[in-house]
Structures are given as C-alpha cells and as structure tokens.
Design a protein around this ligand. Structure first.
Ligand code: SF4
Length: 418
C-alpha cells in the first residue's frame, strides 16, 4: 500500500473525479496524503481548457521529477500523443474505476495507458470530499456543443447523461453526511437528459423535492438551453432549495464572433434571459464568461463585449484571454496580436472590478443567515448567503454552521460583517 497525493487542475467536474479516485484508492488500502513530498506516487488530474492550465501541469511535473506518476484528466484524454506523456501511466476521464489497477501497476514500475472512451459507473462511488460540506455531483459528461475554440470537447466528448435516480440517490446519501451544498455540474447542465428521454427541468423538479437542510448550486448552463427552458427554470429558481445563482457563459457581446465561436444563441437572446431572471428574481447573482481576443475580433467587436458587461452588470465574470488550443477550428483562424488580447483583457477586468464593487455595495445593511463553507485567510471563515454571495466572517466557526450576520462592508470580491 502507498502514500498517494492527488493534484487537481481545472473545473468542479475534475475536482469531483479526483474525489472519487481518492475514495477508490483509499478503499484499496492506500493513504491519500496532503503533499507531493510525502507521497510515493502522484496522480495528476489535468485540465486542457487553456494554455496556462497545461503550463501549470508541466511545471508540476518538472517540480516532481523522479516521482512515480499517473497522469489523469483532459490532457491525456485529448492529446495522448503528447511527447511528455510517453513517460507516464495515463488514465482517461471514463476510466476512474480502474485507478486502483493503474496505481498498482505503476508502483511496480509498469507503464499503463487506459484511455478508452466508454461509460463506466460514475455516480455513487466511494469518494473523499475536498470540502466536507459540499457535494459535487456531475449530472452528465460531454455536451451537445461544437464550439470552435473548445478543447474540452476533445476530452469529454458528446453528451452522456447519468440516470436521474442515480443522481437523486447520491444527493440523498450525501445529506446523511451533513453536507450543506449540492453542486450539480457538467460542461453544460442545459443539455442534461436529452439523450435519455428526459431533461434538466424534470431532474431539477425532483431534486428540489428532496428534504434536508441543503441548497443546490446549479452549474453552468449555455444560453441556448436557458432560453429553451426559461419559464420552467425561473419557476424552479424560486424554490428556496436553489441558490439564487445563475452561471450562464455568453463568451462575446458580438453576434459575428458568437457565430465564429459556434455558439447557438444571439446577444439579444442572452439579454432576454438576464432581463427575465432579474424581473422575477431581483437579487439573482449572475455569473458569466467572456473570451477576449477571439480570432479576427475587431476593436469594435471587443467593445460590444465591453458594453454588454457594462449594461448587464453581472455579479461575476470569468474573463479569459483567447488561447489557440491544438486541433480546434479556432486555432486555424486569423489570430490577433497577443498584446491586443492582453490589453482587451486588462480593460474588461478593470471595468468588471468597478461593477463588482458597485453591485456588492448594494448588499451593505443586509441582514440574514449564511452557511459557513470554507476556511478563509487570516483567521477568517467564508460563508454563503441564499444568493451565493461570499461573506467573510471573523472568528472561529464550524464548516456547515449557520450564522446570522449584518453586512457592514463590501469589497469587489466579497461582503463582510465587520
Ligand atoms: S458547450 Fe462548447 S465550450 Fe462547452 S464543453 Fe461543449 S463544446 Fe466546449
């Protein structure tokens, strides 16, 4: 039996995959340790969405030369031919249940590559949660999109939805562990169930009926699906079980660019969704994504994204520089100068910081309950209110504890009761 350190890069889904690999390895008698130094073997769960994620992975390998290593996640799944990977055992995103075998072989000095795309059991498996009060549940893998910039598609593939009853069972079981937040996650929650004769609305209607002291954080939904289910989705969001938090990536404020990206909605569609949600749920927290510097994006087309953010005033924006990823259509398009990409990203980030502070200042004076869900810096704790707003608390609290607060201060990133 060995000491194993699991290093995770990337999204909630990747974190959930790592939790399951940890659970399966512990069940086989291995110890999951907190640092690479203490480990006999490393499992590196990789992310391929952007250049920096790949560079962090390569840096981690360089810093841990000589350690027995298994490489997992989206990089080996999408680019198994990468030269750097020749030295390592590789496990694919659909082979988590075989992590025990791969680790055992790698400990013996063998190199094993298990990358077959097949649909093995994925839910209701042993796991070690990264956060004891948060249950991350992937509801499906892959998606129905073919976005021209997207590398994830090459790793996660087409939509494969998990059975509703398996999702419900995992939620019910996790409540027994006193979790407070259920994160329903995938590449695009909006397409859930369309391959198994159901849909995300039918799933959510059953999920919000589950009794227990927890809230649901509904993950990323693409605008084309949010528009398709707009009335039903708003109805479900009015249920107290749902965090008032909507993550809806728009990516650009210009229709020509959205078309080049292969996105299946217009700027007008996106605005309509936001307007409807805000008219029916005024304090909904809106999170979106913008790619700056997509190939051939003109200064004016960038300004369309800039003005969209200024108009919509989202509560959170994931601002991404465009990165040409190998084997994507966008990588073959006319690239714009990286200094222009950087300048546009800086400009949009400056704007968003102003908006974030302005939006957070509206919460000063708010009183209510928050649930502690993370350890903060400098002896603080982090909690969330019903709109998934981040509230910083001074003092010692237990994870999962409910605390009554009055917001006294706002910063661009959070709210404070001190
Ligand atoms: S919807 Fe588009 S961006 Fe999202 S995972 Fe699918 S192809 Fe990639």
């Amino acid at each position: 039996m060995a000491n194993i350190f699991i290093k995770t890069f990337g999204c909630s889904l990747n974190n959930s995959d790592s939790e399951v690999m940890a659970g399966l390895l512990e069940k086989e008698g291995h110890d999951i340790v907190e640092s690479a130094e203490k480990a006999d073997l490393l499992v590196v769960n990789t992310c391929t969405v952007k250049g920096p994620a790949e560079m962090s992975f390569l840096r981690f390998l360089r810093n841990n030369k000589g350690k027995k290593t298994v490489v997992a996640g989206c990089i080996p799944q999408a680019d198994q031919e990468l030269k750097i990977l020749e030295k390592y055992s590789l496990i694919g995103v659909n082979q988590l249940n075989n992590i025990g075998f791969i680790v055992e072989q790698t400990l013996k000095g063998n190199k094993v590559k298990l990358l077959k795309k097949e649909h093995n059991k994925r839910l209701n498996l042993p796991k070690i949660r990264k956060n004891s009060v948060i249950e991350i549940i992937p509801i499906c893998e892959g998606c129905l999109g073919n976005c021209t910039y997207c590398k994830v598609k090459q790793a996660r593939g087409n939509l494969f939805s998990y059975e509703k009853k398996a999702i419900i069972k995992q939620i019910r079981d996790s409540i027994k562990d006193n979790i407070k937040e259920v994160w329903l996650t995938s590449q695009d929650n909006g397409c859930y169930g369309l391959d198994i004769n159901t849909n995300v609305i039918e799933l959510l209607r059953d999920v919000v009926k589950i009794k227990g002291d927890f809230k649901i954080r509904f993950g990323m939904v693409n605008p084309n699906f949010a528009l398709k289910y707009l009335d039903e989705l708003i109805e479900i969001y009015k249920n107290k079980k749902m965090f008032n938090f909507l993550h809806i990536p728009v990516q650009s404020g210009n229709n020509r660019i959205l078309k080049l990206m292969g996105r299946k909605y217009s700027v007008k569609d996106f605005k309509k969704i936001i307007k409807r949600f805000r008219s029916e749920i005024p304090d909904i927290s809106i999170s979106t994504d913008i790619i700056c510097g997509f190939p051939s994006e003109t200064e004016q087309e960038f300004l369309d994204s800039y003005n969209l953010i200024r108009e919509i005033k989202p509560n959170a924006v994931n601002i991404n520089m465009f990165w040409a990823r190998s084997k994507t259509k966008a990588a073959d398009m006319e690239q714009i100068l990286s200094r222009d990409i950087k300048e546009r990203t800086r400009k949009l980030t400056r704007l968003f910081h102003e908006i974030a502070l302005e939006q957070n200042k509206k919460w000063v004076g708010w009183e209510g309950s928050v649930v502690v869900d993370e350890f903060g810096k400098n002896k603080t704790m982090i909690a969330r209110n019903y709109a998934y707003k981040q509230v910083i608390l001074k003092g010692n609290y237990n994870l999962g504890e409910t605390v009554y607060v009055k917001i006294k201060k706002a910063t661009k990133f959070d709210l404070r009761d001190f």
